[in-house]
Design a protein around this ligand. Sequence first.
Ligand SMILES: [Zn+2]
Ligand SMILES: [Zn+2]
Length: 199
Amino acid sequence: MTPSSFQKRISASASTERDLTKQVEPAGDARDLALFGKAALEGLGLGALAAKLTVTWNSRMRSTAGLAYPNTSQIVLNPKLRGFGWAEVERTLLHELAHLVAHHRCGRRRISPHGPEWRRACTDLGMDNEARCHDLPLPRRKMARRFVYQCPSCATKVERVRLFRRPAACLKCCQTHCGGRYDKRFNLTRVLQQELPLD
Ligand SMILES: [Zn+2]
Ligand SMILES: [Zn+2]
């Protein structure tokens, strides 16, 4: 996608999606997700961006997993993501954060949505291999999930298509016990394949 078509898409979505940002579910864990995002941004020395960041859920979203609004430093997430486990929520949050980081760093310069600036932001946020797609995992992809991790604290299971490339902590426990900050005590551990229930 060219930068100009991205800009067009951004403006097109700005008009159709603007209402989405107002149709918000009750606060729930969105505030915790915002804290998590703010901590990640502060970790990159982007305190000003962290201060502006807001995260909301919007139940009117269809297959789009998340949206980032660089002008308002806003991230909107699809509540259906919760059905795919917290790792998927976190992944999408970081994907959208990377958009905000890339735009923030580039100021008014136009950049391609999933270009090198975004990739660099993904790497800085700890994601080396992030896909360029915003869509929710579809059933066919769900069937391809082969790896299961479990939180040592709350026993929440997280299914993955690929292995984590670096330690990943249970988002729920980090929110509950650490104010949304990463804590290795809640690092997810791999569950052996033969222990899995069939589905
Ligand atoms: Zn994206
Ligand atoms: Zn947990």
